[in-house]
Design a protein around this ligand. Sequence first.
Ligand code: 0O2
Ligand code: 0O2
Length: 206
Amino acid sequence: MEEWEKFLRPYKQAVEELKVKLKGMRKDYQLKRQSSPVEFVTARVKPVQSIIEKASTRDIPYDQLRAGMYDIAGIRIMCQFVDDIKVITELIRERSDMLVVEERDYIENTKESGYRSYHLIVEYPVETIEGTVDILAEIQIRTLAMNFWATIEHTLNYKYSGEYPPEIKKRLQNAAEAAYLLDQEMSEIREEIQDAQKYYTKKRNI
Ligand code: 0O2
Ligand code: 0O2
């Protein structure tokens, strides 16, 4: 266990730092009195049990975990509108404190399950007393509707270990379609919503 704690130390540090930095983007927009593409940010270090299971199913040797498993540090950025995802991706690509090494677009290429999100794998340097450790982290960017669907599907996935009864599978596909339509509808009235939010923020600040 002590070995795991040592191994996970830079990941824990990275997750905390990345959370503060990415939440900072929201603060910057608020200071400029502009609508933020970032709604909220969550982050976690993958539990040891999940690391062990994933290493076993993917045949990743323990001495190659740092390079072979890129979601030990996981950050999730939620936004209101699908177009916000592109803005956030671009802001992350331009940053000098992390390097995007891979992108996976599950919005253009929706997974068979119905899963939609944009994934970035970044290399991030963590300063420790023994020097710099470069770790990989996965940043998932998704709308609130995508997050709602993915959170519920993830829970059901645990219950059924991915082997859904046909009725549940169909319902989940319907729900994925509904989430997609919800995102489309909200995009159509985006300006209306953002005007209302600006008005509300102004009123609150008086
Ligand atoms: P605030 O003030 O709400 O912005 P930690 O336990 O310290 O490691 P944290 O940040 O407490 O981490 O928890 P986590 O799980 O990483 O992130 C949860 C954050 O997401 C919390 O913000 C929640 O308020 C926010 N959150 C969760 N669901 C929603 C939602 O539907 N809408 C919005 N706007 N925010 C949500 P914080 O960090 O407490 O800060
Ligand atoms: P956690 O911590 O439980 O979320 P590969 O099969 O190799 O192409 P890989 O390496 O698993 O894919 O990476 P992928 O698919 O790019 O991203 C994996 C993560 O994306 C998952 O993490 C989920 O968080 C999310 N994800 C991918 N597909 C689905 C899906 O169908 N439903 C839901 N709810 N989430 C999905 P883990 O490994 O599940 O870890």
